[in-house]
Design a binder for this molecule. Sequence first.
Ligand SMILES: [Zn+2]
Length: 325
Amino acid sequence: MRRALAALAALALASCATPIEPGPVAELPGAVALGDATWLVPGGFEPGRSPDGNSVILRGSAGAVLVDTGRHASHSEAVSRALGALDLPLAAIVNTHWHLDHVSGNLPLKAVHPDVRVYGTSAVEGALTGFLASSAASSRKALAAGQIPAAAVPDVEGDLQTIGRGSELRPDIVIDTPHDIVFAGRALSLRIAHHAVTERDLWIYDVAARRAIVGDLVTLPVPFFDTACPESWLAALGEVARSGAQQIVPGHGPVMDRRGFARWRTAFGDFIACARGSRALESCSAGWVSGAAEWIGQDSARAKAMADHYGERIRSKKLDGFCKA
Ligand SMILES: [Zn+2]
């Protein structure tokens, strides 16, 4: 209840949106300028390591808005450097979903920006007692048994530390329904997808810039189906397509125009249909790698192996539990 009231107060306090004007700073260190006072801090995915999701910085007239905060210290430090060059208070962090490659950086960033408010869905509640708790238990077991490759140990230990501070991953302001909101003078439309990548995902439509910042509704080198319902995810992609967005910022991978997004969506739909069908799963993975070849490039062996894994999860109905209302 307290949080619901806080949400109302925050919405009431939101000031009027001002048009996006070119600011004094066009380039931010380590970030890709997308236009409209918006920058991408790209997430990485080194072989044998866990990924960082993309982060997006938007400048408002009175402060900055940050979408997603990555996993590793190197990523949140890159975000901090870019924010520092902007020289504006960090008004809000928006988390698209609770996966650790998108929210772990909340903790160091909140320590440096104690007044910032984090906006996200309440789906993290179920994750704290469900997926994150059980993945922590199996990680501890695997670490104790020496089953984690040496290069991956720091990532696993880092995730365990983050899960240990799980209550701090709860958003300050819960957004479980669509909201048009103004953060520090920047008007954004927060949209909700149900049972797509997680139980509830948040994506952002920037109406003035005709840009959709979609988190893991679009990922590369493969769709990350770990906690996903394939069919509801496909439906959510339809909502993104209908939003009018001319540019789509994925959770992992490079920015796409609407035609590129349409091709990615087709490859995604084909992969699900194949995995739900009776053809050899290998041909489903090969189809994905070929449909997404323009983005996967040299990474096709890893993409194929990951698609094999997720194709099996879909075919054996292991993901169907994530589709329940
Ligand atoms: Zn991710």
